[in-house]
Structures are given as structure tokens and as C-alpha cells.
Write a protein that binds this ligand. Sequence first.
Ligand code: ZN
Length: 243
Amino acid sequence: MRPLSASQLIDVWERGSGLPPVRQALLLLHAACPDEPPEALAALHVGRRDARLLRLRTLTMGPRLDCEAACPACAERLEFSLQADDLGAAAAPPADTPLSLELQGYALLFRLPNSQDLMVAAGQNPHEAERQILRRCLVQAVHAGENVMLDDLPDKVLAAMSRRMAEADELADMRFDLTCPACDHAWQAPFDIVAYFWRELEEGVQRLLHEAHRLAAAYGWREADILAMSPWRRQQYLNFLST
Ligand SMILES: [Zn+2]
């Protein structure tokens, strides 16, 4: 994996604008890991994919993450920064072997969801999307010696399967501890690396394009040459323009 260059950031942003987050996540990873086949990246468990995205974000922008949140108790707005390490992404990723579960006489074998599953489920209502993901991840369900389809499983068994997946792939649900300075309420807030990275990418690209526009207008340089400069050098030229 290598950090994304200025022109790669713009390219990924241009191709991913308006797409579902799962596609944006894969575009980012594909740009950073060009030697890995896209199918292999789409087959990574969501947690493993998100841990890679967090690493890519650290390589590209540094380990500090500036965040905002609202206190669920008193609605106070909090601004704070996290370090990438605070998100537990160093935790060992789950094994690739299928998970098993036995409940109410049902014996299930299933795997963890990946981006391929999320892409198939994208655009459906949350209930149908979850069912679709469970259906794709179910390897086998047996009851009284007979194979059973997912739609014939009791809701309790399906809920246990979902829970088991979440427990096995902790990285798919990154969280961090927060305490509200106004009311002392403490809670665990979720961190969505795809949404965070994409929002930051959008802001970064707007800034880069504006810089390229100013330098191209002033010096007549090509966009590709301006973007190939180090941020430091670009900034020096921008400083000359403002003096
Ligand atoms: Zn509060």
C-alpha cells in the first residue's frame, strides 16, 4: 500500500462522486493497491477493508483525525481529535474460516460480509439489505438433518447470526470513548472511516483544484505538473503570489 498522490486523490474523487460508500471505499483501496486484483479487494471482510482504509488515510494525511460529535444526553457539540491508533484497528483481523452457530436445533455455518455483499445490498431498504447480506453469507443451515434456506430460519436465529458476525469482525464497527465536558455523560461513538475519508477527500480536492487554478492562471503551468509538486513547493509558489 502506498499513500495517494495529489492527482490520484482528484482522480478517485472524480470517479467516485455520487457513488454508494462501498464503491468509494473500493476506489480508494484500488488506487492504493494497484497490484491487487479488484475482486480480491472486494472480497476482503468489511473490517479488514476498513482497517486498510484507516492505514491508507494515515499514510496519506497523517494519524490525526479531527472529529465532531453531538452529546446524546445534552446535545452539546464536541470538537476533538483522535489518533488512528485509538480506533483499535491494530486488533487482529478475524480468521477466514467459516463461523458456526447452534441455536434452537439449527446448526449454521456462515462467513463474514465483504464489499461484494454490500454492493449487492446497496439501495435496498435496511431490513431487506440485511437479509440479503445474511443470505449471501450463509454457507449452510441444517435443522433435524435437513438443509434449510435462510428465509425459513426463525428471527431469533437470524438475529444471533448477525450478532455473531459483528462480534467476529470488530473492525467493521470502529468505536471510540467520549465524555461530554458539559454534562459528564460518557458513551461510545461510532467511527465510519469510509464517510470520514471521503468527506476529507472532497475538501482536499477542492483545495487542490483551487491551488492548481491559481498557479496555472499565474504561471501557465500544466495541471499535471502543478499536482506533481510536493505540497510544500506548491505552497511556496502560492505564497509568492500573495506577497
Ligand atoms: Zn452532554
